[in-house]
Design a protein. Structure first.
Length: 256
């Protein structure tokens, strides 16, 4: 897909405060992510307000958790994140969840996978992983092929679309600058692109739950078939008797 036609988006944290979301959408921005939590003890003080505003204006949106994996349990951080997202009401169709992992030491692929699996278990759909090759390559991510099941939001600043790091085959979102200027936001803001048409962004979020389902096929048994045959034979016999009576009546009315 040509980058000139890729949908543009932003991501924000507490630094951006309270954006004017009407102005953001009017500028052509089509998706946005906001920080919710960090570690297991920090909550973005502007999250609740910005989450509600993104819902109000109808922009594609997601929530992210900044991980501190060293010395912390992945499931504990995942639960902390989801608890605060769900405080704003049930996760809605199309809303996305993200693991931001760019700090820590050692082999962190298993930790990231455990976080994602916990979020998927609770939320019912797969989160996205945000990071950069500068972090994933030296921290064991290429060896953990299970991570490829989760969409990649790749940080790689520059004008040229980046090559995804292993184990991913492609990136879904690309953060290409941290020096963006967008109406409705004071100061610099991170800029992103989506690798596809805008109507596919929601596929990385919660799926719709009201899709029509096929009705269960009727159960057919030998007994049910026999019962239907008996009923059919009864109706057929009654119809034959009625026909015979009608023929006799017609014959009786014909003069000899």
């Amino acid at each position: 897909m040509n980058i000139a036609t890729m949908p543009r988006g932003i991501d924000i944290a507490s630094y951006q405060g309270r954006p004017d979301w009407d102005a953001v959408v009017a500028s052509g921005i089509q998706f946005a992510f906001t920080k919710v939590t960090e570690n297991d003890g920090y909550v973005n003080p502007f999250f609740a307000r910005n989450w509600a505003e993104m819902r109000r204006v109808g922009i594609h949106h997601g929530a992210y958790h900044f991980a501190r994996p060293v010395g912390n349990d992945a499931a504990v951080e995942a639960d902390y994140f989801l608890d605060h997202v769900e405080e704003q009401g049930p996760i809605q169709t199309g809303e996305m969840l993200v693991l931001d992992i760019e700090a820590g030491s050692g082999d962190l692929g298993p930790w990231a996978l455990a976080w994602c699996e916990r979020v998927k278990e609770r939320a019912g759909f797969s989160p996205i992983i945000y990071s950069g090759a500068w972090f994933t390559d030296p921290h064991g991510f290429p060896d953990d092929v299970g991570l490829a099941a989760y969409g990649l939001w790749l940080a790689a600043y520059g004008p040229t679309p980046p090559t995804p790091p292993a184990p991913w085959q492609f990136w879904a979102f690309w953060q290409y600058s941290d020096k963006g200027s967008v109406p409705g936001i004071s100061g610099d803001v991170d800029l992103n692109m989506f690798n596809g048409p805008a109507d596919r962004i929601a596929l990385y979020g919660k799926p719709a739950t009201d899709e029509p389902t096929e009705p269960d096929p009727p159960t057919v048994t030998l007994a049910s078939v026999r019962a239907e045959l008996v009923e059919y034979e009864t109706h057929l016999a009654a119809a034959f008797d009625a026909l015979q009576a009608e023929i006799a009546e017609i014959r009786a009315s014909i003069p000899e």
